[in-house]
Ligand binder design. Structure first.
Ligand SMILES: [Zn+2]
Length: 330
């Protein structure tokens, strides 16, 4: 199986009403951990790379490590997605590299910090859609701004998505999927108390645009047990609240089909490595501690695939090729 376009993964999820996790990757162990989980529970998967990840891996490593994941898992639908593209140029580079999906985050200017006006967001998003669809590549846009900052992305200003604007945005730009600001936040330090998400925004957008899968960013749950492991073995992280699984499950029922998870994987890896070093002070073979980190990613991702409902859906459909997707758009 070649890489699958994200549109198909999300459209299938819409048909059967489940959510698909989009997991950020930067190295081989993360990719292997995610794929072990996907294979075991037979789940489609979205693997995503931020601009930070592309820089860290000098781009080519991401491309070829994900190609290896595809070769190693021929029965699992995998989409490779650019997380928070900040310009047409960045999206073009990802498409040239073989990504089957890109996000253009036009809610922020190219500096990934300054919020844009609606028209400005429409303009850049439309330009990316026009370009990407020529190649059959899926496009995710974003309207509204999240709290928190991660990987250098974020204005620190929360502006929840206006459902009427969202409907207009989808129509004007032709985006395949839309990230909403409903009260989630990027990064590990999300909330002091249990967050209340604006579920009514999801329902309102869904009723206006039933065919468009919606996306939740900043949706790590920050489980206390992952923070505890880090702190037990010498770390110093504050306890905070993430997005509870029950809230994500409700959002999925209402129309969210892509759930971005980065922080939980980071926490799991860090805890596993700290614990390994504490318990094995004389060990110096990197395979041992990176192996432990890989297992930790696997456990977290496996749990999400079950919780989001994507487990068991890997063989529901035959993947359509980029060529077929091109014909669909043009
Ligand atoms: Zn995000």
């Amino acid at each position: 199986m070649a890489l699958v376009i994200m549109k198909q993964i999300l459209d299938e999820a819409t048909k059967s009403n489940y959510g698909v996790g989009a997991f950020n990757v930067n190295n081989m162990e993360q990719i292997q951990g995610i794929m072990k989980a996907a294979k075991e529970v037979q789940s489609p998967v979205i693997v995503q790379a931020s601009r930070g990840a592309l820089k860290y891996t000098s781009m080519y490593y991401i491309k070829h490590m994900v190609a290896a994941a595809v070769e190693d898992n021929p029965d699992i639908p995998i989409a490779l997605h650019l997380d928070h593209g900040n310009s047409l140029q960045t999206c073009k580079e990802a498409i040239a590299l073989g990504f089957t999906s890109v996000m253009i985050d036009g809610s922020l200017k190219e500096d990934s910090k300054t919020p844009t006006a609606f028209d400005e967001n429409v303009e850049i998003t439309k330009a990316v859609v026009e370009y990407a669809h020529r190649f059959g590549v899926t496009v995710e846009g974003e309207l509204g701004t999240l709290g928190g900052i991660e990987d250098g992305v974020g204005s620190g200003i929360v502006k929840l998505t206006d459902p009427d604007e969202a409907a207009r945005f989808i129509k004007l730009t032709g985006v395949d999927a839309l990230a909403l600001a409903i009260g989630t936040s990027h990064g590990a330090y999300k909330f002091k108390a249990q967050p209340t998400l604006a579920m009514d925004i999801i329902s309102a957008v869904k009723s206006k645009c039933p065919a468009t899968p919606l996306v939740m960013h900043g949706s790590s749950s920050v489980p206390p047990e992952l923070i505890d492991i880090i702190n037990e073995y010498g770390g110093r992280l504050e306890h905070t609240m993430g997005v509870p699984i029950a809230a994500i499950q409700e959002a999925i029922k209402l129309g969210v089909k892509k759930i971005n998870v980065d922080t939980d994987g980071r926490l799991a890896m860090t805890g596993a490595i700290r614990k390994f070093f504490a318990e094995n002070p004389s060990e110096f073979d990197p395979r041992t501690y990176f192996g432990a980190a890989r297992e930790a990613v696997y456990r977290v991702v496996r749990g999400k695939m079950i919780d989001f409902g994507s487990a068991g859906h890997a063989r529901d459909y035959e993947p359509i090729s980029l060529e077929e997707a091109k014909m669909y758009y043009n």
